[in-house]
Design a protein around this ligand. Sequence first.
Ligand code: SF4
Length: 109
Amino acid sequence: MTKIPSPETRATMGPDATTGPDALSADRTISRRTVLGGAALIGAGALCLRATRASAQQKQKQADVQYVDKAPGADKCAGCAMFQAPDACQGVEGKISPEGWCNIYSPKA
Ligand code: SF4
């Protein structure tokens, strides 16, 4: 038979693990774990989405963006945000001249 301690005795026994302040702390730990686990899943999902987008971003063909080796105006590949010196482009396939231009030209900021 279990003896039920008096309120005075319980006050000197310290916090009860199931009903005292530690119980709240335990709940918070579980909750934190749940939240952190959810955050990890969200992060993993974001990485997968990013990888999918990166593989979906393919360079366009030069003909499709009307690329020319000699720019018709003042805007040239060398001044484009997508130009990658010495002769490449993030958005267009093949060798790109710094003197060239295409219709997706985007000036550097
Ligand atoms: S204008 Fe810009 S996007 Fe077009 S080919 Fe030149 S560097 Fe690439």
